[in-house]
Design a binder for this molecule. Structure first.
Ligand code: GLN
Length: 532
């Protein structure tokens, strides 16, 4: 179990995922549950602006981005049951109450809500064949919303005595002269203990490694052995965190406490990190999005496009280049000159998105990429806009657009009857895994090395069948299809122009980059080398 104190945004999710990875490196099968104490049933309707991207799972679950970190660190595929929210727990309990399943009893937080929380945790950790299950509680200890969850964990720790290990993640801020302050950690552990939970280990986030005297002090005041106080100092990159925690003695302590023996010594993570550290070249990618503020701003809205950034990173490490990101505000492009704004980009990426704002700027960027032969990767909305741009500027369909933005003379992107079926099944979007068949001789086939692929989706609108013939005649190739649905649009007469209706970024892993991202980064490097 992983809880957090002092403040949010400490990197509790990364710490938890790293702990999982360390156990996996010793040969254990690890899975993870993220508890989000908010009332929302899932992250589907939450703004990426506030909460970071909505991560999509294979079963179509729309979840917190931490689940993406778990999938990347543990190289697993999770399902919606791995994200427990207050909304999910309460709605089940209320449904049961309405069905009379509580036999007239007063339905209360203890035991009914806590029982439902425990039931879900047990069910998920027992299925899927894992040996260790990480349970991360979002938010900070002391939040009103997380109380029922912490109470459930307290009961679980008692009921499953000896098989549960609680890691509390806190912060030791430094004063200007470098003194590490322990009071916030002390207070937060005190708060946890008031709820009946005693941490077995404390991971302390800090700028510089924890000093021995800071560790001793925390150990004394928080009643844990000094070996169980782990320095979680800043790392250069999130993928270095597991190795850093290992060097701190976390794995040794944890395994001893849980009576676990190493089953094997996997070295793939270390090899991946070594590869990452030896990268000495770079390419620049312009991400044209709506959530960015001001063009060429360093790293705005980092979390809104988290999986895309990670996928570019995985691909870059494989190719041996560091990825520099240029965040381009789509609205700024609407009024500016693309060749000025995009001139430093080795490649252009248009990510997923919803709504009309910024679309004209994105379309301009795509036109620039197509005409000036700059490598282009379009994801979901980035494919729909590529089709719109091609329809308008190559096929002469003036005013072509998506039905998403209202009536248009040429709805090249439209709501298909398929969507109605989805709605009848209770969902509002095509979500999760769907297959695509790849065309012989296409770029898609070349980069995936396969005839049939499965990728994750999250969208409503589709390429409109009546326009497919015209678009293809003029040179846009739909190289990936699923029956009537167009999954990939590419242009052959171009160094690299690839766009997909699905989200390949959800399946990219360290050491196993997503094929379109890998091919995109390779193309950028190649084109840049030619132009030098
Ligand atoms: N807005 C588009 C749709 O609903 C694209 C969605 C996306 O990019 N995820 O089809």
């Amino acid at each position: 179990m992983i809880t957090g104190g002092v403040m949010s945004g400490l990197g509790k999710g990364i710490t938890a995922a790293s702990i999982g990875r360390l156990l996996m490196n010793k040969g254990y099968r690890v899975t993870a549950i993220k508890i989000d104490p908010y009332i929302n049933i899932d992250a589907g309707l939450m703004s990426p602006f506030q909460h970071g991207e909505v991560f999509v799972l294979k079963d179509g679950g729309e979840v917190d981005l931490d689940l993406g970190n778990y999938e990347r660190f543990l190289d697993i595929e999770l399902t919606r049951d791995h994200n427990i929210t207050t909304g999910k727990v309460y709605s089940i309990v209320i449904e049961k109450e309405r069905r009379g399943e509580y036999l007239g009893k007063t339905v209360q937080i203890i035991p009914h809500i806590t029982d439902e929380i425990k039931r879900r945790i047990r069910q998920v950790s027992r299925t899927g064949g894992c040996e260790i299950c990480l349970v991360e509680v979002g938010g900070t200890v002391g939040d009103i919303e997380s109380m029922p969850f912490l109470e459930a964990l307290r009961q679980l720790k008692y009921e499953e005595s000896g098989n549960i290990f609680l890691v509390h993640v806190t912060l030791a801020p430094s004063t200007i002269d470098g003194e590490q302050k322990t009071k916030p950690t002390q207070h937060s552990v005190k708060e946890l203990r008031e709820l009946g939970l005693q941490p077995d280990m404390i991971v302390v986030r800090c700028d510089e490694p924890l000093l021995p005297e800071t560790k001793t002090k925390i150990a004394h005041f928080c009643d844990v052995p000094v070996d169980a106080v782990i320095s979680g100092h800043n790392a250069k990159d999130i993928y270095e965190v597991p190795l850093q925690l290992e060097a701190e003695g976390l794995t040794r302590y944890l395994m001893k406490a849980m009576r676990l023996f190493p089953l094997e010594e996997r070295r793939d993570w270390k090899e991946f990190v070594n590869k990452m550290e030896s990268v000495n070249d770079k390419v620049t990618v312009a991400i044209v999005g709506k959530y960015t503020v001001g063009s060429q701003c360093a790293e705005p809205m980092e979390d809104a496009y988290l999986s895309i950034r990670e996928s570019l990173k995985h691909a870059g490490i494989e190719v041996g280049v560091k990825i520099e990101l240029l965040w381009i505000d789509a609205e700024e492009l609407e009024h500016g000159l693309p060749d000025q704004i995009l001139k430093y980009a080795d490649g252009i990426l248009v990510p997923g998105g919803f709504g009309a704002r910024g679309t004209e700027g994105k379309t301009k960027a795509i036109q620039y990429a197509r005409e000036c032969k700059v490598p282009y990767l379009g994801i979901c909305f980035g494919m729909q806009l590529a089709v719109i741009e091609f329809g308008r500027n190559v096929c002469g369909l003036e005013g072509a657009n998506s039905e998403e933005f209202g009536p248009t003379p040429y709805p090249v992107i439209a709501l298909l009857p398929e969507q109605e079926k989805i709605r009848q099944m209770g969902a509002s979007m095509r979500l999760g895994n769907y297959p695509a068949h790849l065309k012989e001789g296409s770029l898609a086939k070349k980069i995936y090395h396969s005839n049939e692929i499965v990728e994750r989706h999250r969208h409503r609108y589709e390429v409109n069948p009546p326009y497919i013939k015209l678009l293809e005649e003029k040179g846009l190739c739909f190289s990936g299809t699923n029956g009537e649905l167009m999954e990939i649009a590419e242009i052959t007469n171009h160094p690299f122009f690839f766009s997909s209706q699905f989200h390949p970024e959800m399946k990219s892993r360290p050491g196993r980059p997503s094929p379109p991202f890998l091919a995109f980064v390779e193309a950028m490097k190649k084109e840049r080398d030619i132009s030098i």
